[in-house]
Design a protein around this ligand. Structure first.
Ligand code: NAD
Ligand code: ZN
Length: 391
């Protein structure tokens, strides 16, 4: 089959690789019909996630058709149309039993590596480095799905892929990040980043009852998308002082919750921006935390900072004083996708939610290099590119 493989930082290649096969009785093989290119893939592409190896198949946000099932799989049959959560979860450990799916104790075969770095290991993730399990990813014609009795959700044939695909990651991630804000009537939620994740954070914040949502980015087309599809107010950080503008929009008090939907490659400016860029380039820090700093600074006293943006290691100049002094709550982590699949699918089926709006491009696998370069540099107004590997 054909698959997009990571070769080296900023180098991906379409290769012919062996088809995946059933390895365990709880596996399924899915023929991938749609696989998105997510902001998390850029962290791999840019070389900021350790333990990637040349030839690793990347991609984690996907859906498709079941073409083979292991002997213990009774919930799915060949021909079913499924969306697959990007986190792999066994369904049986303490964390799965308590619905903390992305913290599964059994799905990361390389747990020891992560334990050394973090103390304990989280779940395995498709196509996301050997640290996170070394699983083959989904930007391929076929993917092996472990624990297929727990992860994939059957979806209606008649609903097009574009409306369902983001259940696999982005939509659930936005929903989860907004839930982490514990939104109450009258609340203002500010969202840093207007990529797929930030857009779904903003949409979710409204659906969960926020009175005012403010999205911050510097790309006008992304801010326009936020205004049009999520009803958010927008701030272009290359034009205004964000903390001052947020103060003004909240009667001087600051947002009740701030969401960092940017992650470890935040665009920085001023002295802290230069400092982060230099330190990350020299590998003296792994993560650029510009958006987190700004979110902590802007948040009202006693508020919540929700961080769906991905971070990998260590960062400097973390404003622990402001965090402490204002009594803030921080919530973060990989999304517990399985928690939200059914309720969000129901909203899509009922027509209350159409999450296809961030899709700007459909691509063939052969266009991998072009797609990654376009998405990295946000050329051609790209917000979400979707590969259709079998068409
Ligand atoms: P994206 O690259 O499409 O969007 C990121 C946006 O952040 C861009 O529009 C960029 O202009 C903006 N940005 C950069 N610096 C900024 C700054 N200083 N202030 C405001 N905006 C800034 O990526 P995406 O797909 O939207 O993903 C966003 C983050 O969410 C990534 O870190 C990704 O890894 C993460 N993510 C997390 C989970 C999870 O489970 N927690 C799941 C999926 C993605
Ligand atoms: Zn993702």
């Amino acid at each position: 089959m054909k698959a997009i493989c990571w070769e080296a930082p900023t180098k991906v290649k379409v290769e012919t690789v062996p088809d995946p096969t059933i390895l365990n009785p709880r596996d399924a093989i899915v023929k991938v019909t749609s696989a998105a290119l997510c902001g998390s893939d850029l962290h791999l592409y840019d070389g900021y996630v350790p333990t990637m190896m040349p030839g690793d198949i990347i991609g984690h946000e996907f859906m498709g058709e079941v073409v083979e099932v292991g002997r213990e799989i009774t919930n799915l049959k060949v021909g079913d149309k499924v969306v697959v959560p990007f986190t792999i979860s066994c369904g049986k450990c303490y964390y799965c039993q308590t619905e903390q799916w992305s913290l599964c104790d059994n799905s990361n075969p390389h747990a020891a590596m992560m334990e050394t770095m973090y103390g304990y290991a989280g779940a395995g993730i498709y196509g996301y480095s050997h640290l996170l399990g070394g699983y083959a990813g989904s930007q391929a014609q076929f993917t092996r799905v472990p624990f297929a009795d727990v992860g994939p959700i059957k979806v209606p044939e008649e609903i097009p892929d574009d409306k369902l695909l983001f259940l696999s990651d982005s939509l659930c991630t936005g929903w989860h990040a907004a839930l982490n804000c514990n939104i109450k009537p009258g609340d203002t939620v500010a969202v840093w980043g207007a990529g797929g994740i930030g857009l779904f954070c903003a949409l979710s914040a409204y659906l969960q009852g926020a009175e005012q949502v403010i999205v911050i980015d510097r790309y006008p087309e992304r801010l326009e998308m936020a205004a049009k599809h999520t009803n958010a107010k927008t701030l272009n950080y290359s034009e205004v002082n964000v903390t001052e503008a947020l103060k003004e929009l909240t009667g001087g008090r600051g947002p009740d919750a701030c969401i960092d939907a940017v992650g470890m490659e935040a665009h920085g400016f001023g002295l802290p921006g230069v400092y982060d860029k230099v330190k990350q380039t020299l590998r003296l820090e792994t993560d650029r935390i510009h958006a987190v700093r700004e979110a902590i600074q802007a948040c009202r006293k006693g508020g919540t900072v929700s961080i769906p943006g991905v971070y990998a290691g260590f960062a400097d100049k973390f404003p622990i004083g402001a965090l402490f002094g204002k009594g803030l709550t921080i919530k973060t982590g990989q999304t517990h996708v399985q928690r939200y699949l059914k309720p969000l699918l129901a909203m899509i089926v009922e027509g209350k939610l159409d999450p296809s709006f961030p899709i700007t491009h459909h691509m063939k696998l052969d266009q991998a290099e072009e797609a990654y370069e376009m998405f990295k540099h946000k050329h051609d107004n790209c917000v979400r590119a979707v590969f259709n590997p079998n068409s």
